[in-house]
Design a protein around this ligand. Structure first.
Ligand code: HEC
Length: 133
């Protein structure tokens, strides 16, 4: 009986953890189907600080403008000044666990920074970089 209870406890514990890891893997797999080359955290890192002129005449835009260059630290929204929890999964285990959240924000942030949606390649590179932090 205790064995069964122990097994049950283990499943309850591991289930959500595995499901979360799967959300990111699933998303990366979907993007990989449309990408030209394997995803690269290095490429994601390079793009992270690349600046793009603001269409509104404000400061140049980049991912690091809100999230900072050190993903383990709290960011600050460039427009609203609100704090943004660290993106690095190493300090914030809730990161990259929800496919809907990742899709929504990649779409929004790419549009704001690059003036267009990111390609599947770019999204995969960004996620690979963030995941490594
Ligand atoms: C104008 C500010 C701003 C900029 C610039 C910005 N982001 Fe974000 N980002 C946010 C906010 C706000 C959220 C949603 C709140 C949260 O998840 O803490 C978010 C969330 C995310 C998430 C979701 C993380 C998760 O755990 O699901 C990803 C991925 C992300 N951003 C990537 C990027 C990338 C890549 C760029 C550059 C192309 C970028 N962001 C530029 C403000 C910004």
């Amino acid at each position: 009986m205790t064995d069964i209870l122990r097994m049950l406890a283990l499943c309850l514990l591991l289930g959500p953890m595995l499901a979360q890891a799967a959300a990111l893997d699933d998303l990366l797999q979907q993007y990989a189907a449309e990408a030209q080359r394997p995803f690269s955290a290095e490429a994601g890192k390079r793009m992270w600080t690349q600046t793009h002129p603001s269409p509104k005449g404000g400061p140049d835009r980049s991912c690091s403008l809100c999230h900072g260059e050190d993903l383990s630290r709290v960011g600050k929204h460039a427009r609203t000044g609100k704090k943004i929890d660290p993106l690095a999964p190493s300090v914030n285990p809730e990161r990259l666990t929800d496919a809907k959240h990742m899709r929504k924000w990649l779409k929004r942030n790419c549009k704001w920074v690059l003036g267009r949606e990111c390609t599947a390649q770019e999204k995969g590179d960004f996620l690979s970089y963030i995941r490594s932090q």
